[in-house]
Design a protein around this ligand. Structure first.
Ligand code: FES
Ligand code: FES
Length: 152
């Protein structure tokens, strides 16, 4: 089947088979590898994107469900060479180690701060509970969220 969708403000068309995930469409067809494929089971959040402004695990969304809809991936957050403020906060707080979880976390934190500009610790924990990181122990990620919130 053929779908058309908007990704990071650009119109795209893609051919896919019925069971193909949005994550596969983004990475393999549209060559946007920022959304990571770690579990493909909705457990890790590394594939997080915004679908019509809603935070979703793109591995759990069928590509067909994105037909006619708007997707924002981590590639759509930076403006040219300038990092998005959340990306910059992750760098400045030292919240990136292997970096595999980082794109999903950046998208999730961007979503959180859009909804809750100055979240408390519990709100941060709740918002990021679907994003797993095997490296950082999460403390630096918390620091990055707070830094990004302070800078808003
Ligand atoms: S790859 Fe989608 S939640 Fe892990
Ligand atoms: S930095 Fe390695 S999984 Fe999070």
């Amino acid at each position: 089947m053929r779908i058309s969708l908007t990704v990071n403000g650009e119109h795209h068309e893609a051919d896919l088979w019925g069971g193909e995930s949005l994550l596969a469409v983004l990475r393999d067809t549209l060559e946007l590898p920022g959304s990571k494929n770690a579990c493909e089971q909705g457990e890790c959040g590394s594939c997080s994107v915004l679908l019509d402004g809603e935070l979703v695990c793109s591995c759990l969304v069928l590509g067909a469900q994105a037909d006619g809809h708007e997707v924002v991936t981590v590639e759509g957050l930076a403006e040219g060479d300038a990092l998005h403020p959340v990306q910059q906060a992750f760098v400045d707080a030292g919240a990136v180690q292997c970096g595999f979880c980082t794109p999903g976390l950046v998208v999730a934190v961007t979503d959180l701060l859009a909804r809750t500009p100055h979240p408390g610790d519990d709100e941060i924990r709740e918002a990021l509970s679907g994003n797993l990181c095997r490296c950082t122990g999460y403390a630096k990620i918390f620091d990055a969220v707070q830094l990004a919130a302070e800078r808003r």
